[in-house]
Structure formats: C-alpha cells, structure tokens
Design a protein around this ligand. Structure first.
Ligand code: NAD
Length: 483
C-alpha cells in the first residue's frame, strides 16, 4: 500500500512516531494509501528547517524566487493528468472537474504569485519639511498554511504561493482527508529548484499536527481555510502569541433570483452553483431565494434539470457528479436531509444515499442531488452549513424580503444575484452581508481581487496584493533630510 511521506528540509520522511492514518478512496469506500500521523516532533523538525532556510530565501532576489515558482507552476502543468487523476481518487470529485478546474487553478495560483511579486511595490510619504517616509515590507518569517479537503491542491497552492513569493518559508499541512496531491507536488519541488527547507509539508490530523503548528511560538502567521469552529479554536490559541491570522471559514451562501433575469442562463448556472463538486465548494449557493412570480416556473425547470443529473464513477471522463469526500461527511449531509423533513420541508428530488450497481463502488459515498422546499428561512437547515449536494428553495415577495432572508445567517462568504435591472443589482449587492457578490454569474474568479468573508465566514482577505500584504510586515522608515 502506498505511503505518503512528509517533506521536510527537501527530503521525504516518515513520521517520527511511526504512526500512520488510513486514507480512503471516496468512490469505493476502501483504504488505498496511508499518511503520516505526524505530531509536534515532526512540526518541530519542519519548523527548524524552515527557520534555517529563512535568511537565505528572504534574501533571494525576487526575480529568482519568481523564476523558481514559475518553474514549479510549469511542472504542475506538465503533470496535469496524473495530478487530476490523483485528486479525483483522493477526493471523489469527477476527474473532468479536477483536470479543468482544480489542477489548472493550482498551476495558475503559483504562476500568478510568481509574477505578482515582480510588481509588488510599497509606498512613500513625503512631508513638506523635507521628511521622507517609506514603507519597507519585510517577509513575516516562518509561516503556517493549513488547508481543507474540498479543493485540495487548489487551496493548498492558494496559500503557499503568496507566502513563498513574499520570501517567507513555510510549514504547510494539507487536509488529512485529501493529502495526495500536496504529496505529489512535494515531489516536484526539488526539480523546480526550491531550496531545502523553504517549503515543508507535514501530514496528519488537525488536532495534532495542525494544533502543533498553531501552538508553535516560532511560526509567526497562520493562513487557514476550513470550518468556522476550527477557525475559532485557532484564533483562541494564536491570540496570546499575537500571531497574524488569515481565516477563510464556512459559508451558507444565498442565491437571489429576480423575475427579470435571463432565465435560461440563470437555470444553467444555478445547477452548477448548487451542485458543482457535489455542493462541496465554500462558494456554492445553498439557499436559493426566488421571486414569487416565477417560483413555480423556476421550481419546475430546476428540479427537472437536477433529476437528469447522473451520479457516476469519478474516474470516468464523462462523469459530472461524483462522490462526497468521506463516510462521516456523507452521514452528516444525510442527517440534514432527515432534519429538513422534521422541520417541515418537502424533498422535491434526491434525498437519499445512492448505491451504485457496480459492486466495486457499492460502499462509496454517494448522495443524490437534493432540492428541498417549504422550509422557514430561520430553521436549522436554512441556517447551518451543510456543505453537500443539498439546496433549499424559498419564494420572496420584495427586495427587502429577499435581503432579510439572505442576511439572516451567521455567515457572509459569497452571494449570487440574478437580475437584468442594473440599479437593483448594485443596490442589492451593497446591502448583502458577504465578502463576494456575483451578479448574473458564479465562480468567475480574477486572482487579483480580494477574496474572503465577513461575519463568521472569516477574518482577512486573500488574493492579489492582499495576500502579499498578509505575508509581509510593513515597517515605516522616516528620514529627515538636512536643511
Ligand atoms: P476543517 O476545519 O475540519 O479542517 C481544515 C484544516 O484544518 C484541515 O487541514 C484540518 O486538519 C485542520 N485542522 C483541524 N483542526 C485543527 C486544529 N485544531 N488546529 C489546526 N488545524 C486544524 O475543515 P474541512 O472539513 O477540511 O473543510 C470544510 C470547511 O472548509 C467548510 O466549512 C468550508 O466552508 C470551509 N471552506 C472555506 C473556504 C473559504 O475560502 N472560506 C474554502 C473552502 C472550504
């Protein structure tokens, strides 16, 4: 059975305690590899390597850092097919999604920050009496990057790329549920010319390896993407050490559909924004609010399309809808469908586990895409993050009514608005409590834009220069010139 290894100081290493965690393939429910059950000893070794590499890497000219990162991006592109197949096997997502979204985006994340650092400049403030202030942006030091399972290599690279481009050295931990592509990428780092110790990858459980990173006094900043409860734990632990924190957390995103929208385009995109990656994208719109005058038309067209979705083998190129990531996650999502029935909802389609006829996949983690109506917007199913292929549909009477329901949750990550009325689009966008608003589109991403949420969806922004700001510490230098 394949063993995934830690990557510390440019070398592959077994966990110091000799313990391993089983890694499951969601499509079959079978164990197919093992990952290190790393603990504080491995994190300490990774930290020491990163700390030793910091003076060299932070003083490496930015053009050279850019060249090495750009080479790493090339290597990811050259290995696209193998990485996409591995991502699909590890996560349960359709291989077509991994090869068109996850892996190309991992490549672009690294390429984007390899070039962003070439254009990164800081300000000067000139005072009238011949005093010059300039801002010196220095890399923070050794930083920790912790990522989740839903977009494994995509979100892992979204963190490590700006950290490395800024001149920080990194201790990183991918999710223990989907560790494979970060491991495969670590095999490319030496070939790309990344000096030993600059990027260290420690695999293992969050409460053990992740906690050791957050608790380590030498790790100066934590960039975290994951659940809101975990984010709160991290914030509590890191606060007394005054670590810099970037927290990208959960969501319960509204999708507000007005009667004057382009109906066909909206329906096509809404199927995607509800069920892409089996609904396991933090940006999926899981609460669909539809203007009452088109509610029945919407319901009929949407449910008909969702019923036509085929659940398939994630490794098959034609599959559009695969498995959810793990058995506990499948059980959690199914329990929310049961709760929806208890809360008075009607399941319009889906609603059950799907058991494939293909014997090899009979124990895989499949859930039918599910649409529910008739729920009060304040019930638990409409308030809590489910993070699976389950959406609710609810009619609204006016802009104010839609906004009241949209803003009623503790989250504020992303929102989608469908209307052809430009004034309304701007007005509603301004009044929605969320870090991102898509109007007449979904998941269109420009990597220069600020990315992140408000309320319990997080603190701080990633993307573009925001990410480079996070991984650098500004120092004001003030010079008085002789008169
Ligand atoms: P999670 O919080 O369980 O785990 C995320 C990462 O944190 C994993 O690597 C895990 O090992 C680690 N971790 C867990 N406990 C830790 C601890 N005590 N200390 C340090 N690290 C710890 O989240 P998940 O289940 O992997 O991911 C799903 C969640 O991520 C959802 O809530 C989803 O909305 C959110 N998410 C948010 C964004 C965003 O950009 N805001 C993007 C993707 C996913």
């Amino acid at each position: 059975m394949e063993k995934i290894l830690n990557f510390i100081n440019g070398e592959f290493a077994e966990p110091a305690n000799g313990q391993w965690i089983d890694n499951y393939e969601p499509a079959t429910g079978k164990v197919y590899s093992q990952i290190p059950n790393s603990d504080a000893d491995d994190v300490e070794r990774a930290y020491e390597a990163a700390n030793a590499a910091f003076p060299i890497w932070s003083n490496t000219p930015y053009q050279e850092r850019s060249r090495i990162l750009s080479k790493l991006a090339d290597l990811i592109g050259e290995n696209l097919d193998a990485l996409a197949a591995a991502e699909s096997k590890d996560n349960g997502k359709p291989v077509s999604l991994a090869s068109h979204v996850d892996i190309p985006r991992a490549e672009s994340n690294i390429r984007f920050f390899s070039t962003a650092i070439m254009h990164y400049a800081s300000e000067a403030h000139i005072m009238e009496d011949r005093v010059i202030n300039y801002t010196n942006r220095k890399p923070v030091g050794v930083v920790g990057c912790i990522s989740p399972w839903n977009l494994p290599l995509y979100l892992f690279t979204w963190k490590i790329a700006p950290a490395l481009a800024s001149g920080c050295t990194v201790v990183a931990k991918p999710s223990e549920i989907t560790p494979m592509t970060a491991y495969l990428m670590s095999k490319l780092c030496n070939e790309a010319g990344l000096p030993a110790g600059v990027l260290n990858i420690v695999h293992g459980h969050g409460h053990q390896a992740g906690d050791a990173m957050v608790s380590h006094p030498g790790i100066k900043a934590i960039s975290f993407t994951g659940g809101t409860t975990t984010g709160a734990l991290i914030a509590k632990k890191a606060a007394p050490m005054f670590k810099k924190l970037s927290l990208e957390l959960g969501g319960k995103n509204p999708n507000i559909i007005f009667a004057d929208c382009d109906f066909d385009q909206m329906i096509r995109t809404t199927v995607r924004s509800s069920f892409a990656n089996q609904g396991q994208i933090c940006l999926c719109g899981s609460r669909i609010f539809v203007e009452a005058s088109i509610y029945d038309k919407f319901k009929e067209a949407f449910v008909a399309k969702v019923k036509r979705m085929q659940i398939g083998d994630p490794s098959d190129q034609s599959t559009k809808f695969g498995a959810v990531v793990s058995k506990p996650h499948m059980e959690k999502v199914l329990s929310y469908i049961e709760l929806a029935k208890e809360e008075g909802g009607t399941v319009l389609c889906g609603g059950k586990q799907h058991i494939p006829e293909d014997g090899n996949r009979a124990e895989g983690y499949y859930i039918e895409p599910t649409v529910i109506e008739g729920l009060d917007y304040q019930c638990r199913v409409q308030q809590e993050e489910i993070f699976g292929p389950v959406v609710t549909i609810t009619p609204f009477e006016s802009d104010e009514h839609a906004l009241e329901m949209a803003n009623s949750v503790e989250y504020g990550l992303a929102a989608t608005v469908w209307t052809s009325n430009l004034t309304r689009a701007h007005r509603v966008a301004q009044q929605i409590h969320s870090g991102i608003v898509w109007i007449n589109c979904w998941l269109v991403r420009d990597l220069r834009t600020p990315f992140g949420g408000v309320k319990n969806s997080g603190v701080g922004r990633e993307g573009g220069f925001e990410a480079l700001h996070f991984f650098t510490e500004p120092q004001n230098v003030c010079i008085q010139l002789k008169s």
